[in-house]
Design a binder for this molecule. Structure first.
Ligand code: ATP
Length: 494
């Protein structure tokens, strides 16, 4: 308001001077130059404070812990830390020092921001959000000034919301709190981080407005040790990718408001989505609903979910249209993968398609057996066999390879290297760094060759199946695992 009145008075003064016959050209020049300088400085964050995202807080979205699925232990740990803050009188009687900062670490999209919002709701705190990148500037002192402003905003915003607590959430804290002395403009980075440390150290239990700091990162290893030492971020909560039960819970949360057909089996979807984060699962449910809408269906059915798993995994369908000759090659390549996949683990193929999606011209999707975190030698060898089977099928049936197999080869080599590192090769346990290059190469190609021979001999005896499945794929573009297994059974090769 004051700014608008001053501008109005300034303009009125200039006009009066002009009417009274003064030469106002030099004045106009200085005014324009001054405004230009102010604008540039503001753009670079040197003047005027940054507005942090306070109104986007818990109050508005009302996220609670029950909106977060598959993070049972993380939520328990976080809630316990928050109870220390809520009941600070009783913990004081035991002489316990309350926490100042909680660090949430884990892969992207696992619900860290949701947890911070739910934490604000749980403690009835005002929620102020910022991202580490908002503090990074080339100009000395600007980042530190923004850190001060962030804490000041929190202290001013909470009473306006009639709250006694303020929860500051800093996402991507590694950008602001990376190890000191590692960037080129390290003086500015160091000043910003130092200011954050000063603010954390200044948080007191008996402050009128109690401020709690919650930060999130995907790269806890990059943080400066000064941040994670006791007394600062002294509670570190791991927010991992959900397991099967967790995925099931998240799917229930994100399908609650959607009309599901009777054939929808969330358990099957949870099983097929190993490695998906909460964000992936939310997107999966959303995509399935969009597909149903496109078909003008009243309910979302299992086929919509199946298609949207492919979409979330591989990317959207492409308009590329390969030639008839290429389509045939793609079909043979994918059948090769599927055939060997069924050989090494019956029932493992979920879908087989020659519709181009994302980077792939076609693909075979496997159903994960169960959530797997450790792999045996047999398992890895079988995986290599499945990876090589596409190219092996092209060579056995069409007489040559194509460039479509290069990714499979790279992946097979990476798996062979994993085996070497885990002491599963003929060399036994080795130090990979001191292994001569030739020997390493020989060992890796040795592992791959054995699987290549195994795969080729199986494919050579299954030409009839290739013909049958290829006809279906060329006509329908897609075949389910069940249909494939039926054909295998009829041909008695499974
Ligand atoms: P990033 O590290 O990339 O910032 P994040 O871990 O903070 O990600 P969120 O922003 O909390 O992830 O999650 C993004 C979206 O994904 C949420 O809005 C929600 O729809 C969904 N989501 C993620 N995790 C969960 C979960 N555990 N339960 C329910 N929904 C989830």
């Amino acid at each position: 308001m004051l700014k608008e009145i001053s501008i109005g008075l300034g303009i009125a003064a200039v006009i009066s001077m002009f009417i009274m016959g003064y030469d106002i050209t030099p004045l106009l020049f200085f005014l324009v130059a001054g405004a230009g300088l102010y604008y540039v400085a503001r753009m670079r964050g040197m003047v005027g404070a940054k507005n942090f995202d306070s109104p986007g807080g818990a109050g508005r979205f009302e996220i609670t812990f029950s909106d977060i699925g598959g993070q049972f232990s993380a939520i328990n740990e976080l809630r316990e830390a928050l109870d220390f803050i809520k009941n600070h009188q009783s913990i004081q009687s035991l002489g316990i020092r309350p926490l100042k900062g909680i660090l949430l670490t884990g892969p992207p999209g696992t619900g860290k921001t949701l947890m911070a919002k739910a934490a604000a709701n749980y403690t009835d705190a005002a929620f102020i959000a910022a991202s580490g990148s908002e503090f990074i500037e080339m100009y000395a002192g600007v980042g530190a000034q923004r850190v001060r402003k962030l804490f000041q905003t929190a202290r001013e915003y909470a009473p306006k919301q009639k709250k006694n607590y303020a929860l500051i959430f800093i996402d991507e804290i590694e950008i602001l709190g990376g190890k000191r002395g590692q960037t080129t403009s390290h003086m500015e980075y160091d000043q910003t981080l130092n200011q954050l440390l000063v603010e954390i150290d200044g948080l007191k239990v008996d402050d009128n407005i109690r401020v709690l700091l919650v930060a999130a990162t995907n790269r806890a290893d990059m943080l400066d040790p000064a941040l994670t030492r006791p007394g600062r971020f002294d509670r570190i909560v791991k927010v991992d990718l959900p397991d099967r039960e967790g995925r099931m819970e998240i799917l229930k949360i994100h399908t609650k408001n959607k009309p599901l057909a009777r054939d929808v089996n969330l358990e099957v979807i949870a099983r097929e989505t190993f490695g998906f984060s909460g964000a992936h699962l939310e997107s999966l449910a959303n995509e399935a609903a969009i597909l149903a809408m496109r078909e003008k269906a009243q309910e979302i059915s299992q086929k919509h979910f199946n298609e949207s798993i492919d979409k979330v995994m591989m990317g959207g369908k492409l308009d590329r249209s390969p030639s008839a000759e290429e389509m045939k090659r793609i079909a043979i390549h994918e059948i090769g993968h599927a055939l060997i996949s069924e050989l090494v683990r019956a029932g493992s193929v979920s879908t087989l398609t020659i519709t181009p999606r994302g980077e792939a011209l076609g693909y075979m999707r496997q159903t994960p057996e169960d959530d797997t975190y450790l792999y045996t030698k047999d398992y890895l060898e079988n995986q290599i066999a499945v990876m090589l089977a596409g190219a092996a099928a092209e060579e056995t049936i069409l007489g040559n390879y194509s460039t479509g197999a290069s990714n499979d080869f790279a992946q097979a080599m990476r798996t062979a290297e994993e085996m070497l590192r885990a002491g599963m090769s003929d060399l036994g346990v080795v130090c990979l760094d001191s292994l001569p290059g030739d020997l390493k190469h020989q060992t890796l190609t040795g592992i791959v060759r054995v699987q290549e021979e195994r795969v080729k001999s199986h494919i050579a005896g299954s030409k009839q199946i290739f013909d049958t499945v290829m006809q279906i794929l060329l006509e329908k573009e897609k075949i389910t695992g069940e249909q494939l297994r039926l054909i295998l059974k009829e041909n008695a090769v499974s």
